[in-house]
Design a binder for this molecule. Structure first.
Ligand code: ATP
Ligand code: TZP
Ligand code: MG
Ligand code: MG
Length: 264
């Protein structure tokens, strides 16, 4: 019902990423593995043109600068004008006020289709308190389902909060996904790549809750499969096999999905 991975592989959507220097190569390889076509473009002179021809635009503030945020806003506005979905990954929002403020600025100036972050990042962009250490989520109190629903309404976006259990909500419809593996937390950029993979799914499916639920579940299933053969070796082997599993995954693997519909 939710599995859109075959369509992604058939349609090979172009995903324009303005992302961080830590995850650039991993993101490009992960998008290729899932069947999308990645492009990274950062020059102010070209980002609007690139965003307009893309199937989705992904804005990731992981190693942001003031200038880069201006570039993201130019790209975001061009995407909005063309009806291209925009995904925002507010990496480290809450860790510094600069990250929080820049995330809010992007959300004010660009219509963001999907916000994907850990619980702390999502809470902090919405003005709520949740501990964060660098780019990794800390302990917070409260339900991530409630948080996702509230933030979705606040920004008029679909919100994806990831962790052991992932929550996807547009404020009206809410799903949780229990796929994934703890080794995903031992490889840098797995959250960032997921944001870009959600972009690939949003490029081929207008129902963003459906697109994000499928993306999150397929991603978690690929991680489970990779862990089966590499967990005893460690995160390096897992990272490589995870890319292989993303490339192999097909609709039939939907049988392994652990999706719960919380609110229809
Ligand atoms: P953080 O910096 O807090 O790790 P992130 O941006 O890297 O955040 P994650 O929340 O780690 O993003 O999500 C990335 C992927 O890892 C998602 O597919 C998520 O489901 C999965 N994941 C995260 N934690 C766990 C866990 N404990 N068990 C299983 N899967 C997990
Ligand atoms: N520092 C700045 S961006 C980044 C680090 C370590 C990558 C974060 O990636 P993810 O996907 O949030 O783990
Ligand atoms: Mg992580
Ligand atoms: Mg992250």
């Amino acid at each position: 019902m939710f599995c859109l991975v075959n369509e992604v592989k058939e349609k090979n959507p172009l995903v324009h990423n303005i992302t961080n220097v830590v995850v650039t190569n991993f993101t490009a390889n992960g998008l290729l593995a899932i069947g999308a076509s990645p492009v990274m473009a950062y020059a102010k002179e070209e980002v609007a043109d690139m965003a307009r021809i893309a199937g989705a635009l992904v804005l990731n503030i992981g190693t942001l600068s003031h200038d880069e945020v201006e570039t993201m806003i130019i790209a975001g506005k061009a995407a909005n004008a063309q009806g291209v979905p925009v995904v925002l990954d507010p990496v480290g929002a809450g860790a510094t006020s600069f990250r929080t403020d820049m995330s809010k600025k992007i959300l004010k100036e660009v219509k963001v289709s999907v916000i994907r972050g850990n619980a702390a990042e999502v809470a902090n962009i919405a003005g709520k308190k949740w501990e964060i250490r660098g780019v990794d989520t800390g302990s917070g109190n409260g339900s991530t389902v409630e948080l996702a629903e509230k933030v979705a309404v606040q920004f008029g976006s679909t919100v994806v909060i990831t962790g052991e259990i992932d929550v996807i909500s547009n404020g009206k419809t809410t799903n949780t996904v229990a796929n994934g593996h703890p080794l995903l937390t031992k490889v840098t950029g797995t959250g960032c790549l997921l944001s870009s993979v959600i972009g690939a799914f949003a490029a081929i499916e207008k129902n963003l809750v459906k697109a994000a639920t499928s993306a999150v579940s397929v991603y978690g299933i690929a991680a489970e499969k990779a862990a089966e053969t590499t967990a005893h070796k460690g995160p390096g082997s897992f990272q490589i096999d995870f890319l292989d599993q993303l490339s192999k995954i097909r609709k039939e693997d939907e049988a392994f999905a652990k999706i719960e519909i919380i609110k229809e």
